[in-house]
Design a protein. Structure first.
Length: 358
């Protein structure tokens, strides 16, 4: 039986000038095997430079802003992380929830800015802001992969207690992938959050929206909740527990907002106002409160009305109504169907107004 042979053919480019072969093709003798020589491996990247606490703070402080959000009833203090030289800032949604006016002060140079809300995702407690007229601001260094490990040293920096200057809180990562129910220190509202980084640093009110950084001053999370008491005269708990949204989660919201992609949880642009608060009812979303002079009030909705249809789709819970409102903007026209206090069906076409971020 004849033997078989496998032949490797290598194509070689050559240069010919005036019919003369400058690089003659090599001649290989039959039966001489070719040898593959492994290339040396690329050198490993140098290990990250671990900074002292003072060096970490020196790098982090210039890339944060202090925030004050005015709802007309109370002022909420928080912190923001500068993402771009022209003033795109990342913070928590609960910092700007219900705000009529927001102001920021950069800790790089003390400059003051009026703030616009570009968008937000309340389900992940993330908001994206724009500092009006900002230019050439220093920006934060962000982690690009979720490589946080239990035991990693961390530092949280923020506008603790709303005093307007940075306060560091040092600790270690104690867990990852955590779920909590966070309660707002301003209005008591609650929000279920998941996938969080848990640390034992004493994060306080006012730190919300600020950076959680690793030993190289790289932002790995957005400080969101903590169990440290807001009363400075009260000693911190023996085992503080604080939580941060991973920066990769937060940046997914930022990218979606900046791309203008609204969804059931991510709102982009100005917030539409219907003018009601609702709760679940077995027949739909029951109205608990109606704002005087709002579109809902003008349409005839009252306390106790049960919304059963919004913009042509059935409403089975307050969550469904909230998700549909999230995709709307001021000036949009929607149809609303509800049951009045006699159980009679009512309907109206409503033009949505502009309201604070929700």
């Amino acid at each position: 039986m004849p033997s078989s042979r496998t032949t490797s053919v290598v194509a070689v480019a050559v240069t010919v000038v005036g019919g003369v072969l400058l690089n003659p093709l090599p001649v290989r003798e039959a039966g001489v095997p070719t040898v593959s020589v492994a290339q040396p491996a690329a050198p490993a990247p140098p290990p990250p430079v671990v900074l002292t606490p003072e060096e970490i703070e020196a790098r982090v402080v210039p890339v944060i802003v202090t925030l004050v959000a005015d709802s007309g009833l109370v002022d909420t203090a928080g912190t923001g992380i500068v993402l771009t030289p022209d003033g795109v800032v990342l913070t928590n949604h609960h910092v700007i929830d219900g705000a009529l006016d927001i102001n920021a002060v950069t800790l790089a140079d003390g400059a003051e800015y009026v703030v616009d809300v570009l968008g937000y995702d309340s389900s992940r407690d993330i908001a994206v802001l724009q500092l009006q007229g900002a230019d050439s601001l220093p920006t934060a260094t962000l982690a690009t992969s979720p490589a946080t490990r239990i035991g990693d040293p961390v530092t949280a920096v923020g506008n603790a207690e709303g005093n307007g200057y940075p306060v560091p809180a040092r600790g270690f990562v104690t867990d990852v992938g955590q779920s909590i129910t966070a309660r707002s220190s301003t209005d008591g509202s609650r929000n279920r959050l998941s996938g969080l980084i848990e640390v034992d640093a004493a994060v306080r009110p006012g730190d919300s929206g600020g950076p959680l950084v690793d030993a190289t001053a790289t932002v790995i999370g957005v400080n969101t909740a903590g169990n440290a008491d807001s009363d400075p005269s009260t000693p911190p708990p023996a085992q503080p527990r604080s939580y941060a949204v991973p920066i990769t989660t937060a940046m997914a919201v930022v990218d979606q907002v900046r791309a203008g992609r609204t969804s059931s949880t991510v709102h982009v642009g100005d917030t539409a106002l219907l003018g009601i608060n609702v709760t679940n009812n077995e027949r739909g979303a029951e109205v608990l409160w109606v704002g005087i002079g709002t579109p809902a009030d003008d349409a005839g909705l009252e306390i106790g009305s049960i919304i059963t249809d919004f913009d042509g789709a059935p409403v089975r819970s307050w969550t469904e109504l909230s998700e549909r409102m999230n995709t709307k903007h001021p000036g949009d026209t929607v149809s609303v169907v509800w049951l009045d206090d006699r159980g009679q069906s009512q309907a109206a076409t409503i033009v949505l107004d502009e309201g604070p971020p929700r």
